[in-house]
Design a protein around this ligand. Sequence first.
Ligand code: NAD
Ligand code: DEZ
Length: 386
Amino acid sequence: MSNVNKASIPTAQALDAWSNQSSETPNSLTIIADSNIASLDDFFNAQTLGQEIYQTVTVIKVAGRDIDAQLLAKAQPDVLLVRSVTPVNASLLADNDSVRFVGSATIGTDHIDQDYLIQRNIRFANAAGCSKHSVAQYVLTAILTLRPKYWQQPSTLGIIGLGNIGSTLAQYAHDLGWQVLGYDPLLPESSINNASFEQVITQSDAISLHVPLTQQDDSDYPTWHLIDQAALAAMPADTLLINSARGPVIDAAALTSDIAETKRQVALDVFEHEPQVFAPLLNQLALATPHIAGYTLEGKLRGTQMVYDALCEQLALAPTQSMHQLLPLNTYLWSELKAHPERLIRFYDIRQDDKDLRAKLSDGQVSGADFDKLRREYRLRREWQR
Ligand SMILES: NC(=O)c1ccc[n+]([C@@H]2O[C@H](COP(=O)([O-])OP(=O)(O)OC[C@H]3O[C@@H](n4cnc5c(N)ncnc54)[C@H](O)[C@@H]3O)[C@@H](O)[C@H]2O)c1
Ligand SMILES: O=C(O)[C@H](O)[C@H](O)COP(=O)(O)O
């Protein structure tokens, strides 16, 4: 049996050409994938998935925001692979009866209606923890760029949400001799889950948010507008606030007024009205980046690896591709950076990302198209080895 990779088709426009040739080949596997998923061709092809079962593996690559119900109804894929910008729900899948597996190569799952997928008997996998070090390193870089004195001076870092990213950030904070005040009502008390929400808000030098986006229907502790006008009013003006979780965790209107009044330093990687970013907020931020906290080569490849492994399990195949075969040598050592704080800009020049985002400001906003373009064309950083 020959395994033929029937090509990775780069755009949705190519779908017509593909569907004319496709003759419902038995044992064929059709995948629709967000073209922003790293190394799609390396992980999803007839060699890595075929293995005597699938003669043909077709990957149709589409921009995440262009994956829609019409495309799914027409292509009738077996597998749908997304990142965070494709809402996967009844509206997307109602006219489709072929999808058996949905993978999101991201940590966050707020774009996925998991109850609906269960009802439809569609297996779902995400990439929990894939970029936890990358995001933690983004936060450290933001803090140490804005407050270089914290390299030497003990400070108190408040962490809201102590899952994969929050707990990883706490490890780096301890490496630097910082005190951690952590709040996570869904986890047992621990040496880092050691404070109330009010204590974190009122007693920290810097606060970093690492919660999923949840609403009242999903959680006893919803995070939508967790940081609202009241929380901001209770936060001392010199407390640095960082959000790399999801935009709507902070009420953007309340934050805009708060900064105008307090001159608080705020670093945002995510925005309430993403992909649009509005000037009145952007112009007051100490640092602003286009949702790239997790965008390292390692973080993105790990996301792909995790959904590939889960798909292999679903198909009862042994995974044969590994991200380690694809990674160039990594020379970024956390121990080196700790010994030479002045090298931070070489490890991650966050101000360049900030500058690139602000350069897109036009007519009072950064448009969704420009925000997405910055992310699509982002030169992936390397994750520091800890
Ligand atoms: N900016 C980026 O590039 C980027 C990259 C990866 C993840 N993210 C976001 O970061 C979020 C966190 O990622 P993670 O890997 O740590 O997720 P995780 O699921 O491992 O941890 C989230 C933690 O938040 C806690 N939590 C839930 N509601 C809470 C509340 N009201 N108050 C305090 N804690 C609460 C949970 O108990 C959990 O421990 C993701 O859901 C995603 O939205 C952003
Ligand atoms: O939740 C996540 O993993 C991140 O937010 C992810 O890095 C963003 O995914 P993207 O927007 O690139 O689709």
